[in-house]
Write a protein that binds this ligand. Structure first.
Ligand SMILES: [Zn+2]
Length: 408
């Protein structure tokens, strides 16, 4: 198939522009119906079949090297497994909703490469519209010069030693006489599917279903206000999730996830809280995996403002860490009471980015393993989801009651 539209290398224009904006008039929302990869010499080509023309924009990201292609909202009718296997310089790719106005495709590169050319082909010779992108390997040095100017602090401020910057911590506004706010954070979403079960169920859908169920349980008590970081299949940066929690004046932040592991016999839930040093190797590896969500979605993680912010929030964080641990002390027995299987050492800690709201008690729940049949069916079943929701609800109420007694 690809050979048919193979291009003549000698006419490849040398396009140095790394950001290419192509606007076609009358471009409605397109449907993507196919994807192909091919190689010709040192050029790797990716082709998307579209039912309509579309505008697009490409740019490069580093650490690890990636090519990001942004389209207006598109309907991706590709196999779930598409993108698992790469070719040429492309190690693999992902696609999906990035935000309301953007559909994104992220190409993971085996080595640095630049966009040699990218264009939309009009229908011709039995083919419909096609989006074509050609990648050419470059040196790391060349790749670095092609990266888009980075955001973050101005150079002079970024160069300042963080310890020398003194800013007061920003307190979260918590008006009195109001219901405590519980923020639920369904993990992953949009372009970032999270883990996949044996039967192809995706973590992002499971976490959303359980969060909705939990929201219903919590609201039914009439004793808390519930805020969801997302209530649909959309990608959110990890920092954006934290920001939502702070803006809502959260008293408690609960991030919901499900993991996979190569040994399919392993099952059980675990609860994670934040710490700078991971409690064990597994916890560190898991944090690294969950923290990759932004990389998966093609978010630029460079820039220094984050480092500075982290220093500033450090102190406030300590208190929140104690509160988080206190919530875990309610959550564990509550889950056991509801017959939810837990890992042998169920409370662990590591540096999860999503738990870094400075003054909000935060936990990340790995609700079970999608690689285990029994865990998978529990996480997918209405009954299993309700058991989890009930266990968390009991713990939330008990925890908040104690906190309120303490603050009175
Ligand atoms: Zn996850």
């Amino acid at each position: 198939m690809l050979r048919k539209l193979l291009f003549r290398l000698n006419v490849l224009p040398v396009l140095m522009a790394m950001t290419v904006m192509v606007s076609l008039s009358a471009a409605g929302a397109a449907t993507v119906t196919g994807v192909r990869l091919g190689e010709n010499g040192d050029i790797t080509r990716l082709v998307l079949d579209l039912d309509n023309a579309s505008s697009f924009r490409t740019f490069l990201l580093d650490d690890p090297p990636r090519v990001v292609i942004d389209f207006p909202p598109m309907d991706w009718r590709l196999l779930k497994t598409a993108g698992r296997q790469g070719r040429g310089v492309i190690a693999g790719f992902r696609f999906g909703v990035f935000d309301q106005g953007t559909s994104r495709m992220v190409l993971d590169l085996k080595r640095p490469a630049r966009v040699a050319q990218a264009f939309i082909l009009p229908p011709r010779e039995g083919y419909g519209y096609r989006f074509v992108i050609d990648l050419k390997p470059v040196t790391q040095k060349e790749f670095s010069t092609l990266l888009r100017p980075q955001g973050g602090l101005p150079a002079d401020l970024a160069a300042t030693r963080p310890a020398a910057i003194k800013l007061p911590p920003v307190p979260v506004a918590r008006p009195r006489h109001r219901l405590p706010v519980v923020v639920l954070d369904p993990g992953h979403g949009g372009i970032d599917p999270g883990a996949s079960s044996l039967n192809g169920h995706r973590e992002k859908d499971i976490t959303l279903a359980i969060a909705r169920n939990l929201a219903r349980h919590l609201r039914a008590t009439g004793r808390v206000k519930v805020v969801m970081t997302r209530n649909r299949d959309v990608f959110l940066k990890l920092r954006e999730r934290v920001r939502i929690a702070r803006r809502a004046g959260a008293d408690l932040f609960i991030s919901l996830h499900a993991d996979t592991i190569s040994r399919s016999s392993v099952r059980g839930a675990s609860i994670y809280t934040l710490s700078e040093t991971a409690s064990d190797k597994e916890a560190a590896a898991l944090a690294a995996k969950e923290n990759k969500a932004d990389v998966i979605a093609g978010v630029n993680l460079s820039g220094h403002s984050e480092d500075v912010a982290e220093i500033l929030i450090d102190l406030a964080q300590r208190e929140a860490m104690n509160a988080s641990a206190s919530f875990v002390s309610y959550l564990l027995p509550s889950m056991r009471r509801r017959g939810i299987k837990l890992l042998r050492k169920p409370h662990r800690s590591a540096g999860f980015r999503v738990l870094k709201a400075p003054d909000v008690a935060s936990v990340l729940l790995e609700l079970g393993y999608l690689s285990n049949r029994r865990d998978e069916s529990r996480l997918l079943s209405r009954k299993g989801q309700s058991e989890i929701a009930a266990a968390i609800t009991d713990a939330v109420l008990a925890y908040l009651e104690k906190q309120q007694a303490y603050n009175r």
